[in-house]
Ligand binder design. Structure first.
Ligand code: 13P
Length: 250
């Protein structure tokens, strides 16, 4: 049985006050629904504050990106080993905003995936097609290509210690959630692709959906066989909305 995982990606949002208020407001809903795994990914600067606030809670900490190096002359970067010191458990790799705004290639994403695992942390591999690719019917080919690069670089077994997040780019921040049926079709295709290489890994890996998930849309998505949770952007910044998504997973 795959556990439902609800993860908040705060992107470039937050302040010391907001981090304290939001985390404190999420502790009770997360504790009440202990069957659901909950995680938050604040901006790097707030990881230390978040780690302190999350002591004695069942909310895990995540980071939004990582460099492939452990240390060295890489101005502005943060390494998975540094995250580990701050109690980080999950690290997003290959978010579409990184792929688009920072030109991250599939090969770079695979290298980040490997670096995160080498530090003992769990990569959350973000994949998904653009609107144009969706309209051209290329969704499956795109996500398989994105998965293939990681499998070629790290091996299929690496996905036994990872999470996949399917985030159609056209659904991110647009208010256009994929319908549960559209999302389920892609999730099933992803699992099927993995099953062709290792059935056990395919059956065990959590595949999250991301893209305009709200409290009202979460239950319909979570009811689908291959949707194991959500990676939430905008709604993760509002305690009530995020709590509703957590409860929908219970
Ligand atoms: O990109 C996302 C999470 O990583 C989704 O963002 P929204 O929930 O704001 O659409």
């Amino acid at each position: 049985m795959r556990q439902t995982l609800v993860m908040g990606n705060w992107k470039l949002n937050g302040s010391k006050t907001m981090v304290a208020e939001l985390i404190n407001a999420l502790k009770a809903p997360a504790a009440e629904t202990s069957s659901v795994a909950v995680a938050v990914c604040p901006p790097v600067l707030f990881l230390g504050q978040a780690q302190a606030l999350l002591t004695d809670s069942n909310i895990a900490l995540g980071a939004q990106d990582a460099d492939i190096h452990t240390q060295g002359a890489f101005t502005g970067e943060n390494s998975p080993a540094m995250y580990a010191e701050f109690g980080v458990h999950y690290v997003l790799v290959g978010h579409s905003e990184r792929r688009t705004l920072h030109g991250e290639s599939d090969a770079m994403v695979a290298a980040k995936f490997a670096a995160v695992q080498q530090a003992g942390l769990v990569p959350v591999l973000c994949i998904g097609e653009t609107l144009e690719q969706f309209e051209e019917g290329e969704t499956r080919a795109v996500v398989e290509r994105q998965l293939h690069e990681v499998i070629a670089h790290c091996g299929i077994d690496s996905l036994a210690n990872a999470v996949i997040a399917y985030e159609p780019v056209w659904a991110i921040g647009t208010g256009k959630t994929a319908t549960p049926e559209i999302a389920q079709n892609v999730h099933a295709a992803i699992r099927g692709y993995l099953a062709g290489q290792n059935a056990e890994v395919a059956a065990g890996v959590q595949i999250l959906y991301g893209g305009s998930v709200k409290g009202a849309s979460a239950a319909g998505l979570f009811a689908m066989e291959d949707i194991d949770g959500a990676l939430v952007g905008g709604a993760a910044l509002q305690a009530d909305e995020f709590a509703a998504i957590i409860r929908a997973g219970a």
